[in-house]
Write a protein that binds this ligand. Structure first.
Ligand code: AMP
Ligand code: FE
Ligand code: FE
Ligand code: ZN
Length: 286
């Protein structure tokens, strides 16, 4: 039987709806052999996931770091950087995560306050209290669903939470080059998440991706729900041209998105290469 490896999954420590314990059990139920927990800008779910790890599931401890690139052409491109098997206590990285978490809470509070001021049935303090260490727009989306304003979190993103909408507040993410250097310096491996996902806004050019390799970029997420077949074919080629590893993953968010665990997976040889390139935090075998 083929080994099933899903390297990008969110728990309720960020904007998923499964607790870390529920997430690792869901991996067992879904028949996964390897699961990575990759919450946005926090490693706070790692210990619960390790404690609850079922037999037969291996846990890769990771994170999805919120970065932004500033291309020569101007503007800002939001980039999500998956980091795996790094040391979360590395002081420069820990400091950056603390800053990002503060930035997330600040901006979500302002967005919620703008909605409340506009008469929407939103309690900013309650939204923040429910959010945990990595407050994100999906937490506000859940509150809008529960208040009956929209049917789904996805629908909340169409207008109310959109970066083009009137309630949106920018958050200051990590310069991409710095993010890659931080993950590498902390002993981990970095992978560009869903880097051809046009639905999310601007994307990096192939030249811009090539420039990240000497900084320590380790791989590209190729198989992702937001990538077309053409995107995947080209990313596979690009990874080979640049000597990067290729991953596939679900980007599971529980009930906040529709994609199921294991919807896309990573090949065993690529996974073995990722593990071999990391030097600090081991994979935990349940
Ligand atoms: P934030 O990091 O607070 O700006 O929120 C971005 C997060 O919202 C991403 O990590 C996604 O998980 C989630 N997201 C973005 N678009 C959608 C959508 N259309 N439906 C559900 N979740 C979304
Ligand atoms: Fe998310
Ligand atoms: Fe992402
Ligand atoms: Zn993600």
């Amino acid at each position: 039987m083929a080994v099933r490896i899903d390297l990008h999954c969110h728990s309720s420590t960020s904007d998923g709806t499964d607790t870390p314990a529920e997430l690792v059990d869901a991996a067992r139920v879904a028949g996964l052999n390897v699961l990575a927990i990759t919450d946005h800008d926090t490693t706070a779910g790692w210990s619960e996931a390790v404690q609850a790890l079922p037999r037969g599931v291996a846990l890769v401890r990771g994170m999805e770091l919120s970065c932004e690139a500033v291309p020569f052409s101007g503007g800002r491109v939001p980039v999500h950087l998956l980091g795996y098997l790094f040391n979360p206590a590395y002081p420069p990285l820990a400091a950056e995560l603390a800053r990002l978490q503060g930035e997330r809470s600040r901006r979500l509070r302002v967005m919620a306050e703008r909605m409340a001021a506009d008469g929407l049935p939103i309690d900013p303090a309650a939204v923040l209290a429910n959010a945990g260490p990595s407050a994100g727009r999906p937490h506000l989306g859940r509150a809008l669903v529960e208040a009956g304003v929209v049917p789904t979190v996805g629908a909340a993103f169409d207008h109310l939470l959109s970066s083009r909408g009137g309630y949106y507040v920018h958050k200051e993410d990590v310069p991409l080059q710095r993010g890659i250097e931080l993950v590498a310096a902390a002993g981990g491996v970095s992978v560009l998440a869903h880097c051809r996902a046009h639905v999310r806004g601007g994307t990096l050019s192939e030249d811009a991706i090539a420039e990240l390799v000497p900084l320590g970029l380790g791989g590209l997420e190729v198989d992702h729900v937001d990538h077309s077949d053409g995107d995947r074919a080209r990313l596979r080629e690009l990874a080979d041209e640049l000597g990067l590893l290729r991953t596939g993953s679900s980007d599971y968010h529980g009930r906040n998105k529709t994609v199921p665990l294991g919807a896309h997976t990573t090949a065993a040889d690529q996974y073995e290469r990722l593990v071999a390139e990391a030097s600090v935090t081991p994979v935990v075998q349940g």
